[in-house]
Design a protein around this ligand. Structure first.
Ligand code: VGL
Length: 206
């Protein structure tokens, strides 16, 4: 049996791109790469999820509520919209997180689709065993999401060429990658993933 795969693009939102409220250096560089990945998963007819930070105006996550971050990705604002070059295929499932004003919700596994179903349940419903994760930011949402995926027994692949980090402290992203690897994640780039997708349906044939 082929391992059922899904793609999760994490928080490719205006506020995490240069010029945004919490701009990740070169964060916008992930967008065209994520577009390639999404096109490949669409062609392979595999599920595609896109998470977004979707905060209320007041939350403990923001400096204004005693938290660590300047206000960003407030529901309904331009900053919370996906980057305009992100080409979400039809059928892609949007996962909103950070809605609870008491929670940081870095992980997409804290998020739900628009009918309120949690990400893990959506993955289980689709029989997903392997999750490919890329986006913003390597050292926060990609990291927490990947570690949660592993904790829930999924195989997790981090898309190195489609992720960028905040790097509040120099080296944070490298440390995050090392931590995810130690926890069991694989690190991959587009060429490797395309090769894997090419084998979908053929694995275990021999
Ligand atoms: C994120 C910092 C604060 C992220 C979210 O999406 O990685 N980082 N909130």
């Amino acid at each position: 049996m082929a391992r059922k795969s899904a793609l999760l693009v994490v928080d490719p939102q205006n506020d995490f791109c240069p010029g945004g409220a919490l701009g990740v250096p070169h964060g916008d560089a992930v967008v065209p790469v994520l577009d390639y990945y999404m096109e490949a998963f669409r062609r392979a007819m595999l599920p595609i999820f896109a998470s977004r930070d979707w905060h209320p105006p007041q939350t403990r996550h923001f400096t204004t509520g005693g938290g660590q971050w300047p206000p960003h990705c407030v529901q309904g604002t331009k900053g919370a919209e996906f980057h305009p070059d992100l080409r979400l295929p039809e059928g892609a499932i949007i996962i909103s997180k950070g809605i609870d004003p008491q929670e940081d919700s870095y992980s997409a596994f804290d998020g739900r689709d628009n009918s309120g179903t949690p990400l893990l349940e959506l993955l289980r419903q689709r029989g997903v065993e392997r999750l490919y994760v890329g986006g913003l930011a390597t050292d926060y949402c990609v990291r927490y999401t990947t570690l949660d995926a592993l904790r829930h027994g999924l195989e997790a692949w981090v898309l190195a060429d489609a992720s960028r980090g905040v790097d509040l402290k120099a080296g944070d992203s490298e440390r995050a990658v090392a931590e995810m690897r130690r926890a069991g994640a694989k690190i991959a780039t587009l060429a490797e993933v395309l090769a894997e997708l090419g084998t979908v349906g053929q694995e275990g044939a021999d």
